[in-house]
Ligand binder design. Structure first.
Ligand code: BGC
Length: 794
């Protein structure tokens, strides 16, 4: 009893200490700051990338990695040194090994002891983290812990669907849980900061990083971005020892790269920036995001890392952001290539004065800030503010109290409940695009031909930005057929080795396999390397000869199910005639295989909805549902190329806005996705047809599951402000709810809106709702036609 009393007293004392530590953050920041030298302050603003040099890491180095390493670490390629190209692999390994501990000391331990490094990235070895963290805490003058960053984008070890896939779930709780699990796994290895979520509005499928985005819609991006932040950051408790700090990126406009070519200029004018590109960032910051990353692009001529208007006036003054801003990888020094700065010194001046608190990897803060301060080009208060922002986050995270990894704790990596959550996430992220003649779900008694390069692609199924996930843990569809689904009667004929494989030598075998089966499932898509950073494409059809494989299989005369795993929305119109059903998965992660089979065999019912418009032809890009209207919108039915008469009169086609060859509509609209159930929407009831400014509106709708299969529907609410002081989009998503409906069940769903939901930035860049008439639609996708009207009065 006595012992218990003592334990309780100790526990409440430590809780008291922790909360005392938290409530006194600002005081602690000021105390510490007052003791720091200029060099120590600048050290906090410096982030360095770690290079592992133990045998295990060396064994995983590719040739390229080794060369980069040798050059970057100054042990080859320099004056009087051999070039990496003149060395054999064995020589390189031996050199790295022999220099390893010297390099570790020179590049990391020594500078950390001297207070020259405030943050490391890319270190995931717990022992090493503890060792270097100890150098910071015990051997540096002021004992400031490091914040340790890593790209934990859609899972750490247990990989969840790529963010674009998670967005298709329209399920904030699922997204939050996925981020929570990623945080728990990452933190267990010493990572305490992730560079996620990426909130770049993405309306161009050529851009490889669309994979990392939450799609084209600012509202959806904001809701899900905020959910990710909560998941990473321990639901508002940054000091939770299982939390990692989030970093919203890339600020700003990066997804609007001209032509979808990565890193390209963007040209986003102020009102569009405010109404479309900034809102997801604002939502994530309101949810407490601790840090923010600037982007690589220049917008209208100003590189993001020097945009003081956005980084100071908007982010700090308007949004009251009190976390810190980090540059992207060398995005500051890239201002030299942009032609915006002449040298590293000017880069440092522009960025520090622009509002970047911490520099990622290129070292110009460390190198030039001392002299810039001396020369009065960067003020001491600028430095102090940057360091305050960084220290505040470190204190809020409890890093001073809890800096080390407990290496004795049992491993949480790939925990059973993590794998289960990843499977559920992959289920909810898959989108059923087509299901003719109820081809799906399949009966488990059918004889099945499994065909295609993505049926057993453990690496590619994980998708882009997977630094830590291990393909040996991936369960592919073939893996699931050897596991949970081993009772299924199937033959496997991949026909292609990988998505770009152009050999048609095995097509006949695939066709035969289909002919001998009751149904063929063809797994096509993209390898992971075809999307992600710097992986843009100008042609987004199924790559290589995959479409030909699908045709060959279809010619066997059996029903064909096409399952796609890709990093972007591909242009698949030409493939649709050869597939009776299509299940689309943005790379689904570790548990993609069983999740897909759960869906194909009806253990689960598809519920994913498109977070991005699927275009018919790449030339339609950009095409998104929430566009402004032209003065000449096209009618529902437009003339197609073959219908145009010979020598037709110049104006005979109507002079409206559409493509002669691909019309005015996309292939599938935003929000689209089928289910094995069917849902009927009726009875749209508005609480009032007129609401005063600042009033509330309730929109109710009845949804019936008219099928005999239980299902889940994502109910979506869109509005249109019919006349605005600036042109308003034809439709805007303003609410969504996932609801479960048993077979035959009817439910009424209600949305509560205030006029604040209709507010937008006007030409004076002031955000407010305007009086006038509005349309409202509720339905299962952005083409919803159940419509009501209301007006907002003064
Ligand atoms: C990417 C960032 C990423 C950073 C660190 C950059 O190339 O643009 O999104 O967080 O690298 O790895």
């Amino acid at each position: 009893m006595k012992k218990l009393g003592l334990l309780c007293a100790l526990a409440s004392a430590s809780l008291f200490m922790a909360s005392y530590a938290q409530t006194n953050v600002n005081k602690r920041v000021e105390d510490l700051l007052s003791k720091m030298t200029l060099e120590e302050k600048i050290g906090q603003m410096n982030q360095v990338s770690f290079f592992a040099v133990d045998d295990k890491a060396i064994a995983q180095y590719s040739d390229d990695d080794m060369d980069t390493f040798l050059v970057r670490m100054g042990i080859a390629g320099g004056q009087g040194q051999k070039k990496p190209s003149e060395m054999t692999k064995q020589e390189k390994i031996a050199l790295i090994r022999s220099e390893a501990s010297k390099m570790l000391d020179k590049n990391f331990t020594e500078p950390i002891r001297k207070g020259k490094i405030g943050s490391l990235l890319n270190i995931v070895d717990p022992e090493m983290v503890n060792k270097l963290q100890a150098a910071a805490l015990k051997e540096s003058r002021l004992g400031i812990p490091m914040i340790i960053g890593r790209d934990v984008i859609h899972g750490f070890k247990t990989i969840f669907p790529i963010p674009l896939g998670q967005a298709a779930s329209f399920d904030p709780q699922l997204v939050e849980d996925g981020a929570r699990i990623a945080a728990i796994e990452a933190r267990s290895t010493g990572v305490n900061w992730t560079f996620a979520p990426m909130l770049d509005i993405s309306r161009d499928a050529r851009w490889g990083r669309i994979a990392e985005s939450l799609g084209e819609d600012p509202y959806l991006g904001g809701v899900l971005g905020a959910a990710m932040v909560k998941g990473f950051q321990g639901n508002g408790n940054l000091a939770d020892p299982n939390a990692i700090a989030a970093c919203v990126k890339h600020f700003i406009g990066y997804g609007a790269a001209e032509g979808g070519r990565d890193y390209n200029s963007t040209n986003i004018p102020p009102m569009l920036l405010r109404n479309v590109y900034l809102p997801p960032f604002h939502a994530a910051i309101e949810a407490g995001a601790a840090t923010l990353m600037t982007s690589f692009n220049d917008n209208d001529g100003i590189p993001a890392s020097a945009n003081s208007y956005l980084l100071k006036n908007v982010l700090r003054d308007e949004w009251k952001f009190d976390g810190f801003v980090v540059s992207d990888w060398a995005s500051m020094t890239e201002m030299i290539a942009h032609g915006y700065a002449k040298d590293g010194k000017q880069v440092a001046e522009l960025s520090a004065n622009g509002g970047v608190d911490m520099e990622m990897v290129s070292g110009v803060y460390l190198q030039y800030l001392p002299e810039l301060v001396k020369e009065g080009k960067v003020s001491m208060s600028t430095i102090d503010n940057a360091v305050r922002n960084i220290l505040r986050v470190k204190f809020q995270m409890g890093l001073f109290e809890n800096p080390y990894v407990d290496t004795k704790k049992p491993s949480v990596l790939y925990a059973t409940n993590h794998l289960k959550a990843a499977r559920q996430a992959a289920i909810e992220s898959a989108i059923l695009l087509k299901n003719e003649n109820k081809t799906l779900p399949l009966s488990e008694t059918k004889k099945i031909a499994i065909i295609g390069p993505m049926a057993d692609a453990p690496h590619d199924q994980l998708g882009t930005w997977v630094f830590d996930g291990d393909k040996n843990y991936t369960v592919t569809p073939i893996g699931a057929l050897k596991g949970d689904y081993k009772h299924i009667n199937y033959v496997y004929e991949p026909a292609l080795g990988y998505s770009r494989d152009k050999s048609t030598a095995n097509f006949e075998k695939a066709k035969q396999a289909a002919a001998n089966a009751d149904v063929a499932i063809v797994f096509l898509g993209e390898e992971a390397i075809l999307s992600g950073e710097a992986h843009s494409l100008s042609n987004i059809n199924l790559i290589g000869v995959q479409s030909d494989l699908l045709k060959a299989v279809k010619s066997a005369g059996k029903p064909v199910v096409l399952v796609i795993m890709a990093g972007r929305p591909l242009t698949i119109e030409r493939d649709l005639p050869y597939a009776d059903a299509v299940l689309y998965n943005f790379h689904p992660g570790t548990m993609g295989g069983p999740a897909i089979l759960d869906l194909l065999f009806g253990k689960a019912n598809p519920s994913g909805k498109l977070p991005v418009t699927f275009v018919r032809e790449v030339g339609q890009i950009p095409m998104y549902y929430n566009h402004n209207n032209t003065g000449r919108p096209a009618p529902e039915k437009v003339m197609t190329l073959d219908e145009i008469e010979l020598e037709a009169g110049q104006t005979s086609l109507g002079n409206t806005s559409f493509y002669l060859d691909s019309g005015k509509n996309p292939l599938y609209p935003f929000g689209y996705g089928l289910s094995y159930s069917s849902f009927e929407y009726s009875n749209l009831v508005l609480s009032s047809t007129s609401i005063p400014m600042n009033g509330r509106l309730t929109v109710a709708v009845t949804i019936k599951n008219t099928s005999n299969t239980d299902g889940t529907e994502v109910v979506q609410l869109y509005i249109q402000d019919k006349v605005g002081s600036i042109v308003r989009p034809v439709k805007e998503l303003k609410g969504f709810q996932r609801i479960n409906l048993k077979a035959g069940e009817t439910k009424t769903v209600q949305f509560e809106l205030t006029t604040n939901n209709f507010a937008f930035y006007n030409k004076d860049l002031v955000k407010k709702a305007e009086k006038g008439d509005f349309n409202v639609w509720v339905g299962g996708n952005s083409n919803a036609d159940l419509k009501g009207t209301f007006s907002v009065t003064e």
